[in-house]
Each structure stands twice: as C-alpha cells, then as structure tokens.
Ligand binder design. Structure first.
Ligand SMILES: O=C(O)[C@H](O)[C@@H](O)[C@H](O)[C@H](O)COP(=O)(O)O
Length: 242
C-alpha cells in the first residue's frame, strides 16, 4: 500500500522527503551500523538532496553506501550526469567515504563499453548484497517523468519487462541522451523503502495512474514498490488528479 505525502510546492516536498530519508538512514545505522541510499536524477531529486544536506546532521555519512538508480552514459563530469549533479547537491558537502560511493561508469572511463559498464555495476551490487540479496538497499529515491518513467526504465521497453537482471544498459531511451545505465524494477524492489519524489502539474496524470494501480509496463513507476514502504512525495501540482 502506497503512502502519499502532499506538500505545497517542490521546496516543501523536498524538505518533507529529506526528513524521512534522514530518519531511515539514522535508524538503519542504529540497527545495523551502516545504511545504503540509492540516488536519482532530476530537479526534484536534486532539491531533495540539498535539503538532506541541510538536515542530515545525525547521519554518519562515512557509513553510508551510495548507489545510483541510473546515470547517463556520457563523459565523466558532463553536467547531465546524475553523479555530477548529486555531488554538487550533497556528496561534496558531507564526509562520505569515496570507496562507498558506487558510481556508474562514464562513457570515457573504464570499461568504455556500455554493456560491460552495466555488467560491472551488477557485480558491484551483487558483491554488496551478499548471497541472500534482499533487502539490498535501505532507501531508493526516484524522480519520475510525465511518462511515468523512473530511473531509465521507460514504458513498453525491454527494461521495464526485465524480471531477473538488476542492471541494464539502455541504448534506446526515448528521452535524450539515448544511452544510460539503469537499475531495473527487480532491483528497485530490493529496497526497504522506495521514495518517489514528484513535483509539477505535468506529472499529475502519471501520478494518478500509478497510485491507482496502473500496469507497470505502461507506467513503470507503478512497479516501484518497497519491501517495507512506498512513499509518494508530491506537491499540489503533481497531486492534483488524486
Ligand atoms: O534521466 C533523466 O532523464 C532524468 O533523471 C529524469 O528521469 C528525471 O529524474 C525525471 O524526469 C524527474 O525530473 P524532475 O524531478 O526534474 O521533474
């Protein structure tokens, strides 16, 4: 069952989500000594990370494993890279252990080939998850497009139909750039908590469809479900069709 948290605007949405993210990370570290966080791209995700930076004083950032839900297969440092945007919003401002920030390969870093880069990231997750596999992540953040895409999982594609593999190379993204590496829905569903961060009137129809139980093949965000919780952080615009 999804939980919906409505805020007035993107700024207050980001703060509400940041408070919950910090609470999950602090609780995970109290219970298990470490925490794991999957980052997302997009303006709402970045605004949320900026709020986490301001609120996250109780998190031991050196004991957080950071992963990416997707990244664009572009040269390292490209402003369109989620890694670049999330460093500027959060990672460069807290004492994360660089060895525990698990970056998806850029197009100009080893291995240089997108399929090999996706396979390498799968190995990274498999090594982190251990033999049992679930749960793997404490909290997975997800921005969502007006087409209900999350990560780089788009409606009607091979990526949204994937039921086994955790990481895929996407070479046909309908949203530029065409080449991306993405976690799949089976990977998302290995998270204790899935937090969808969705703002703006343009997302309202997609939100209503996904919250209303749409088929994930046509609305991928509908398949983004956490093991313990799934929370939609919305503003008045994105919640306006509920
Ligand atoms: O890879 C991408 O194309 C973007 O990351 C995209 O998936 C973004 O996360 C959503 O469109 C939400 O973006 P906003 O939060 O800016 O609406």
């Amino acid at each position: 069952m999804s939980e919906i948290v409505r805020s007035a605007d993107q700024r207050s949405l980001a703060r509400a989500a940041a408070e919950r993210i910090v609470a999950v990370l602090v609780e995970a570290q109290r219970a298990r000594g470490s925490a794991s966080l999957v980052l997302t791209g997009g303006g709402t995700g970045v605004a949320t990370l900026t709020a986490v930076r301001d609120l996250g004083g109780d998190v031991d950032w050196s004991a957080v494993d950071v992963f990416y839900g997707d990244d664009r297969f572009l040269p390292e440092g490209d402003p369109e890279r989620n890694h670049r945007q999330t460093r500027e919003a959060l990672l460069d401002h807290v004492d994360v252990d660089p060895a525990r920030v698990h970056v998806m390969a850029a197009s100009d870093t080893p291995p240089g080939d997108i399929v090999a880069a996706a396979a390498a990231y799968h190995q990274t997750i498999a090594a982190f998850a251990g033999p049992s596999g679930e749960p793997t992540f404490d909290v997975h953040l997800l921005g969502m497009g007006p087409d209900s895409h999350v990560n780089s999982i788009f409606a009607g594609t091979d990526a949204v139909r994937e039921t086994e593999r955790l990481v895929l190379a996407v070479t046909d993204s309908p949203k530029p750039p065409p080449e991306r590496i993405t976690l799949t829905l089976p990977a998302v569903r290995r998270s204790r908590h899935v937090f969808l961060l969705v703002s703006g009137e343009g997302k309202a129809d997609a939100v209503a469809a996904c919250v209303g139980g749409a088929d994930p093949i046509e609305h991928p965000a509908a398949g983004a479900v956490g093991l313990d919780s799934t929370v939609w952080f919305l503003d008045e615009g994105s919640a306006s069709r509920l």
